[in-house]
Design a protein around this ligand. Sequence first.
Ligand code: ADP
Ligand code: GLC
Length: 498
Amino acid sequence: MTQLPAPPHLHVESLHEQKKRVLFVTSEFADLVKVGGLGDVSAALPRALASHHDIRVLIPGYSQVMESGQNIRIVGEVGGHAALPPCKIGRMDLADGMIVYVLINPELYERDGTPYGDAHGRDWADNHIRFARLGLAAAEIASGTACIRWCPELVHANDWPAALAPAYMAWRQVASPTVLTIHNLAYQGLCDLQCSAELGIPAEACSSDGMEFYGKLSFLKAGIAYASHVTTVSRTYAEEITTPAFGCGLEGMLQAKVADGQLSGIVNGIDESWEPRTDPHLVQGFGVRQWQGKRANATHVEQMLGLDADSGPLFAVVSRLVQQKGIDLTRGVAEQIVALGGRLAVIGRGEPELEAAMTELAQRHPGRIGVHIGFNETDARRIFAGSDFLLMPSRFEPCGLSQMYAQRFGSLPIARRTGGLADTIEDGVTGFLFRESTLESYQEAVQRAFNVYRHPELLSAMRCRAMAAPLFWRQSVLPYDELYQELLGATRLAADAL
Ligand code: ADP
Ligand code: GLC
């Protein structure tokens, strides 16, 4: 007898059944609170994965989250453990269907400042408690003890603030697989060894096989030790962190992960809002070769930062002003840019000495260098759109999003050949790469940019290639989906074998 195809509604249901329940644990989520690229990725990656999986986010209830105007329903709670206090779990249903669980404890999280520190940039002294609490709450949700009527099959933790999630899961024998994504190995979440009692960490975990790191406890090391799989945000950075130059002392452990097939690099994507034709933040939208639209944004940037109008190429810095980003090197290159007739627009904030150095540059070169200490999304997007070149001489760069945002908006990145910059920029085609973290190497790339600027057809061709270069998240999520399937398949096989 001929087999009839399944009726459509059954087919839809079986597809739905394949969706896995995933908890995405993070300390930033751009809709609500963002310090850097982690916030962008945490808002975009779960959304892109939502068509494949039932993926929900867990984030601490900072003031910015609690006062966001979104309705928060209390759906569960977790008890205290050692010095980690009890918390309520709230649920936010965002307009696009994204579900965000909020870990609520006013004393711990509702403070003025960033997720990590006060308004002066000083880290909160109890960050180990605040983020251990986040990791433990994730483990409790995964073990079904948080009473939220939803239990993930896989937990995906991000960076050190969430890195204790896989560890608490292991200590509590929660068997679900875990992924740790390292967005930046340089931030490890260190605290004194004596804190182990406050955090309720078992004694055997406080050794160098567990989370002890040169006489301290390292949250990130715990995540690497206990996660089923570790990813980082580009292939080149995944290789770099296994070497002493980039491994921050964890290279040996990371090499072992590679040997076990448990470390991989998955490059970030960008979200669909990076569309220069329709972006509502821009003064004027533009498509490929519609450079008069770019020009309109440039005019706006010139007026905003007090730059001379329409003379010479416009270089830009849109960055956290920190050591990692090579801002001190840009200081040297700024003199070259001015000497060759270019202009420089800077927006960002960060370490006080680097902020002061940028402000001083602007005072020394009025009309040629304009600096805004601060950050807002609209100005950042207008600068990406209005500039000709983006400077990104990072000492290391796990992935970097700004270079891709710049490319989409026709601004050619000039960047060091490292991490995600090496993976997303094709030298002489979609931007310029230089090898050494030295002024000479950087200046040579800036000189090449000037040469291209003098040939409008070449500049235009490079802009067109750059605008088409970045991957969108809908393409970049596929390796995550494969990884989830692989880990869940592996767990099922292990369970079947028992
Ligand atoms: P990182 O996360 O290391 O800062 P990325 O390039 O991955 O670098 O992401 C930078 C993101 O942060 C972009 O969305 C960028 O527009 C934004 N950004 C840049 N500078 C600042 C700043 N000073 N404050 C807040 N966000 C910033
Ligand atoms: C970190 C890295 C940056 C990366 C971002 C998002 O902030 O410094 O390179 O793009 O995380 O993954």
